[in-house]
Structure formats: structure tokens, C-alpha cells
Design a protein around this ligand. Structure first.
Ligand SMILES: [Zn+2]
Ligand SMILES: [Zn+2]
Length: 410
């Protein structure tokens, strides 16, 4: 059972930290409560219920059931700013709530109670940080002007909850001026923030291809079209796209992660299927890769008399940060970490995130909050059955969000 009697003291700017740190045991308790009850994409019912229950207890206006399981909280500041014509600002904070189809291997008291499902990406921590931010801001409305919207979205791990939430109007009424969000990041040590303007994370795309040959006897190849040989030549040739068709100063990945064909060692396979992923930062690079991919598949098939079917799915666009909001997050992170050395500049990954849809709609900044602590064996990569992070990072995340609100809205 989680106590809800929280009594933070009234604070000024210099006492924000102790006030937030006094919430740390509660934030950890919320994170562990969510960790024990992980849920897959668009089925985050217990999680959304828990979030809604907390928001209700704290008297925070919110809406549930957006894009199935999404929740949006609205917290209005009460600070009166010096007379100005500028309208009050609206800042959104985005978090994700879904888990992964992974069997947890951590032996911890708060281990997942849902067989085969695990918070192996840290979204339990994100949800706890967002809840604590909502709680803190609702207790300190006099400290900020404008409005803060906290968006708890489903299905980040796919197929994506950001797009349907935007379609449901979460960035409107009141209209959001800017958005921020964070990902706990075990590729960076505790006490660091990774951020950059422009592309932070890559676009993620999926292609699946079926090659139709002509099967037959393994010893009489002249009567067949070998779909395995055709696929092998295609997969080899695809590697030349990044190597030969893309400007070497750009970044791109093309990985074929699945190949299925054949039923017996002495039978030439009639069909073969392969699937892969494409990643890039620059939209023109993406167009070029997709175009070359189809040209190569088509050309190799033609040269063998094979046919093909290709499906190319653009999942998430690249995560592109706005220069001004990056500057805001950067300066806040520097003050929270108390050292410019904690900022990892030019941090980038070919991983993807559907935060990108929010960033296409409004200017904003997504950043990584270093959460690894190898000394405590808390440094496994994301999506690993032993993934876990140093929970002391939770209050740091809250402090960065709260200070961003006060700096942006005031
Ligand atoms: Zn993930
Ligand atoms: Zn994630």
C-alpha cells in the first residue's frame, strides 16, 4: 500500500531540490508499484488507472482513455507575472507507460508479477517521474505562470501511441507552445544528461520482402529459380546502399534481421522471406535508401527471373530537437547536475522513439538522463531481461522537469 500523505514545504528556488528529494521514497514506491504490473502497448489499463487515481487524490484535472489508455493532466500555474502582452505559456511534458514482452530475470522484491512482460526500457521510471512532477507542480502553483500539460502516452514500443494522442487533440485547448520529455538511459552513467539540437534519435522503418522463385529437386537446379540464392544476392547487395549510395558524412543503418526459407536440405526453396530495419536522421537519406532498396530487389529478381513482393513501413520519423528548447533544457540540466561536465553534448543514437511525432507538431526537446550504475550492477542495456536502473535518478528527473517549467513559463 502506498501512502498518499505527502506534505512538501513551501519553497523558493534554492529549496526546490530538498523539497523534491523529500519525495524520493514515494517516487521509488510508485515506480516499483508500476514495475510489478507491467502492461503491453494499448493495454496499460492498470497503469493508467494508477496514474488517474493519484491525480484524483491530488485534485489534478485530467482526462483518461485518450488513444485507448492515454492520460493527460492539466496543471494551471497561479504566479502573476509583471504586466506583459504575451499570453501565458503552455508547456507539455511527455512520458510513456508501456512495457515489453520480456521475462524479467532480476531477482528483486518488486519483480514483475506479469508473466512474460517486463518494464525493461524504464518507462515505469518515466511514469513515476511524471507523476511526481505533476504532484510537485500542483502543490506549488504559485511558483509558475501559464499551464503545464502532462501527457502519459501508451504504446511507445510500437505500434506508437503518440500519433493517435496528437490526433485526439492533446496538443490543443490550451494549445501547447513547447514540449519536453526524457528517457532514462543506461548507456550513460548516473549524473549525466545527453542532449543535442537537431537529430537526437533516428527514424525507424521496417521492410519485409518475399521472393518468389520456382522450387524443385536439389540435384536438378537447371529447372528451378532458387529463392535462397536470389535472397542471398539481394541481402549482400543491400549492404552497398549505406556504403556506396549515402554521403559518408551522413548516418544510416540497414539491417536484415530475419531470413526464412526452405524445408529440406535437398529441396530448392520456392519462396524466401526476409525482414529488416532502416535507420537514418536525414529525411533525404531515408528517401534514397527506400528507392535503392527497391531498385536492388527488383534488379536482382529480374536477372534471375524471380518475382517479389515488398512492403515498406515508415514507423517513426527521426527525433528532431528545437534549438531554443534544447538551450532551456541544457541550462537547467547544468544547474541541476551542478557541473557542465555532466552534459554529454552531441549525444545521438540510431534507436528510435515516437516522441518524434510530438516534436514534428510543436518545438521541443527530448533528452537522455544517465541512469547506469555499474558498481551496483545496474548497467544492463535497455530491453535486456536484467535491465534495471539506479533509482536515485528519479528525483533528478523531476527536478529537471520542474525547473524547466519555472524557467519556460515564468
Ligand atoms: Zn524501449
Ligand atoms: Zn523506451
Amino acid at each position: 500500500m502506498i501512502s498518499t500523505t505527502l506534505n512538501p514545504q513551501p519553497v523558493n528556488s534554492s529549496t526546490i531540490r530538498p523539497a523534491i528529494q523529500s519525495l524520493q521514497p514515494q517516487i521509488v514506491a510508485w515506480r516499483r508499484h508500476i514495475h510489478q504490473r507491467p502492461e503491453l502497448a494499448f493495454r496499460e489499463n492498470l497503469t493508467a488507472e494508477f496514474v488517474s487515481q493519484k491525480l484524483t487524490e491530488w485534485g489534478i484535472e485530467h482526462q483518461t482513455g485518450i488513444a485507448k489508455t492515454g492520460v493527460v493532466a492539466v496543471i494551471k500555474g497561479e504566479k502573476i507575472l509583471a504586466a506583459t502582452d504575451a499570453p501565458a505559456k503552455v508547456l507539455a511534458i511527455r512520458t510513456d507507460m508501456d512495457a515489453l514482452p520480456i521475462q524479467e530475470e532480476n531477482e528483486v522484491a518488486y519483480k514483475s508479477q506479469h508473466n512474460g512482460i517486463m518494464h525493461a526500457c524504464g518507462h515505469d521510471g518515466h511514469t513515476a517521474i511524471a507523476l511526481a512532477t505533476a504532484y510537485y507542480l500542483s502543490c506549488h502553483r504559485a511558483d509558475f505562470a501559464g499551464t503545464v500539460k502532462i501527457i502519459f502516452q501508451p504504446a511507445e514500443e510500437g505500434p506508437g501511441g503518440a500519433k493517435p494522442m496528437i490526433a485526439a487533440g492533446v496538443l490543443q485547448n490550451p494549445d501547447v507552445d513547447a514540449i519536453i520529455g526524457l528517457h532514462l538511459w543506461n548507456y550513460l552513467p548516473l549524473g549525466t544528461v545527453g542532449v543535442r539540437k537537431g537529430a537526437l534519435m533516428a527514424a525507424t522503418e521496417l521492410f519485409q520482402c518475399t521472393i518468389f522463385g520456382k522450387g524443385g529437386h536439389g540435384a536438378i537446379p537447371q529447372q528451378t529459380i532458387d529463392s535462397i540464392v536470389v535472397s542471398a544476392q539481394i541481402i549482400n547487395a543491400l549492404q552497398s546502399i549505406v556504403a556506396r549510395n549515402i554521403n559518408p558524412l551522413e548516418s544510416a543503418v540497414l539491417t536484415v534481421g530475419e531470413l526464412h526459407a526452405g524445408t529440406a536440405h535437398n529441396v530448392i526453396a520456392d519462396t524466401a522471406k526476409f525482414r529488416g530495419t532502416v535507420r537514418y536522421f536525414n529525411l533525404e537519406v531515408g528517401e534514397r535508401i527506400q528507392q535503392r532498396l527497391e531498385q536492388i530487389i527488383s534488379g536482382v529478381c529480374q536477372s534471375h527471373g524471380a518475382k517479389y513482393e515488398l512492403e515498406y513501413i515508415k514507423c517513426y520519423p527521426p527525433v528532431i530537437n528545437d534549438e531554443k528548447i534544447v538551450a532551456l533544457v541544457h541550462s537547467v540540466a547544468e544547474s541541476v547536475l551542478e557541473t557542465p561536465l555532466g552534459i554529454v553534448p552531441e549525444c545521438q543514437t540510431m534507436g528510435g522513439e515516437d516522441m518524434s511525432f510530438f516534436l514534428q507538431a510543436v518545438p521541443g526537446c527530448y533528452f537522455f538522463l544517465g541512469s547506469a550504475n555499474p558498481e551496483q550492477n545496474l548497467a544492463y542495456p535497455h530491453h535486456h531481461p536484467r535491465f534495471n536502473f539506479d533509482e536515485t535518478v528519479l528525483s533528478t528527473g523531476v527536478e529537471i522537469f520542474v525547473r524547466c517549467v519555472e524557467k519556460f513559463c515564468n
